[in-house]
Write a protein that binds this ligand. Structure first.
Ligand SMILES: [Cu+2]
Length: 482
């Protein structure tokens, strides 16, 4: 007879599994952490931010839930830069972990050039895949298992041949734990995007070979073998076929991965005058004042910025907002209370960003596509309208992580991929825009952390501060309601 205790144990297991999905929370550019949620179109609802995206025609497959709306900041990166994606089971790190070990499957990284970050739709045409990995027979691991082994970090080099411009970079994780037999139980998709401004060595638009250019949704077929692969088979029925298009890795250009990330993008870059940043919000210095009225107006303006911070905070949390309120605004208020009406004090002094998982840059994994052979494009140009670019070889070398196997068994032999030949890429007849209306910069709902506790925390020693802040907020709320 099964005891109540073991039943309880089972229930706990299921409860854990149901929330042990994953979300992309942090982007590193050339080993530099851009900050929790910064430049990332993260889902706004903390209770569902890690959940898979349901439906094969769901526009959320492009950039995840809420991924159709641009965030305020776009991160600068040189072509060829090393990008590192951090994945978490709990966006606010209330618990550690990247993804449940049961979630085995392939991973991929896609790019889409966008003419306007705010208005070009994420869903639709124009995407291409720069890297993918399915099952590595050398190590006996799926890409997701390597992700877990790397503490939720995946590093991928950007192609060196990207023309200067705005791009959405998209990760994709497909997990196969529910795929057994029959078409009813399907693979799970996880996807998320970051906003990039790539400083390339050329201008113009990229000629993506027709065979590599896809629309998302629509980049995989429901019948793809890689979506119906049984990970519980003994032995596995290899090789594993990764869903999606062929990888396109534009080479050329002179910039390499060692170039420092650009400080900011022309539009949407993180302002250098940012005193502190929380995801895609940043606190700016208040106006100078030299009167009592001006002093208190500055206090008000400071807390108002803090309110915007809390409202825009994604599920990674609002610790930067707390720090802004406590250090900057409370400091201003104390100064006014003390009769110092010339200010602001500590003008322009940076507060220092809070990063939840401050990983030393030295411990980031190497790029999985290091040494990837660029797809060769003839005539050395990627500018639009040239028309005659001939793609000679679009089959890049995927990451080589398999150790030299002395005697490979039949199922561990990697499938040789055919090298396609192109005569010419498809002509660029229309810009990659889809007739999808996009709501830009919709006000964010107050975020709750993924599976965590409430965000706003103030120290016990700040009782007086809190009273004033609460009164201040209540006053503002009343005013807004009126
Ligand atoms: Cu899951």
């Amino acid at each position: 007879m099964r005891s109540a205790l073991s039943l309880l144990g089972l229930a706990t297991t299921f409860a854990t599994l149901s929330s042990a999905h994953t979300v992309f929370t942090n982007l590193f550019i050339n080993d530099e952490n851009q900050g929790d949620g910064t430049c990332i179109r993260m889902p706004k609802d903390g209770s569902t931010c890690t959940a898979p995206i349901l439906g094969r025609s769901n526009p959320d497959l492009a950039c995840g839930r809420d991924g159709a709306s641009a965030v305020a900041f776009t991160c600068g990166a040189p072509a060829g830069a090393k990008l590192t994606f951090e994945f978490r089971m709990y966006a606010d790190l209330s618990q550690r972990g990247a993804i449940d070990p049961s979630h085995k499957g392939p991973m991929a990284v896609y790019l889409k050039p966008v003419s306007d970050m705010a208005s070009t739709p994420a869903a639709g045409d124009g995407w291409f895949k720069i890297w993918d990995e399915g099952y590595d027979s050398g190590s006996g691991k799926f890409a997701t298992e390597k992700l877990i082994a790397n503490n939720g970090l995946l590093s991928v080099n950007l192609p060196p041949g990207l023309p200067t411009g705005y791009y959405l970079v998209r990760h994709e994780i497909i997990t196969l734990q529910n795929v057994t037999a029959g078409p009813t139980v399907d693979a799970q998709f996880y996807a998320g995007c970051a906003q990039l401004y790539v400083q390339g060595s050329s201008s113009g638009s990229l000629n993506i070979p027709a065979e590599s250019k896809v629309s998302i949704p629509g980049h995989v077929s429901p019948g793809d073998a890689g979506l119906h692969f049984n990970i519980y088979d003994q032995p596995l029925k290899l090789p594993y076929a990764i869903p999606g298009p062929k990888v396109f890795f534009p080479g050329g250009g002179s910039s390499g991965g060692n170039v420092k990330a650009a400080a900011s993008a022309p539009t949407g870059g993180i302002p250098p005058s940012c005193l502190i940043k929380n995801a895609n919000w940043c606190g700016l210095e208040v106006a100078d004042y030299n009167s009592e009225t001006g002093c208190w107006a500055a206090v008000e303006a400071c807390y108002q910025q803090g309110d915007v911070c809390y409202k825009s905070a994604p599920p990674t949390g609002s610790k930067g907002c707390d720090k802004w309120d406590r250090q900057k605004c409370d400091g201003l208020r104390d100064s006014c209370s003390a009769g110092n009406f010339n200010g602001p004090p500590n003008k322009g002094v940076k507060l220092g960003d809070i990063i939840l998982n401050d990983i030393p840059s030295g411990s980031l994994p190497a790029a999985v596509n290091q040494g990837a052979t660029p797809s060769v494009v003839d005539s050395g140009t990627t500018t639009s309208g040239s028309g005659g670019n001939e793609v000679k070889e679009a089959q890049p070398e995927p990451a080589k992580q398999e150790p030299a196997a002395p005697a490979p068994s039949p199922e561990s032999a990697p499938a040789p991929a055919p090298v396609p030949e192109y005569s010419a890429p498809a002509p660029e007849s229309a810009p990659p825009t889809a007739p999808v209306p996009v709501v830009v910069a919709a006000p964010a709902a107050p975020a709750a952390p993924c599976g965590g506790t409430t965000i706003v925390k103030r120290s016990g020693t700040q009782t007086v501060v809190r009273t004033i802040v609460v009164r201040h907020r209540r006053r503002r709320a009343t005013r807004q309601a009126a």
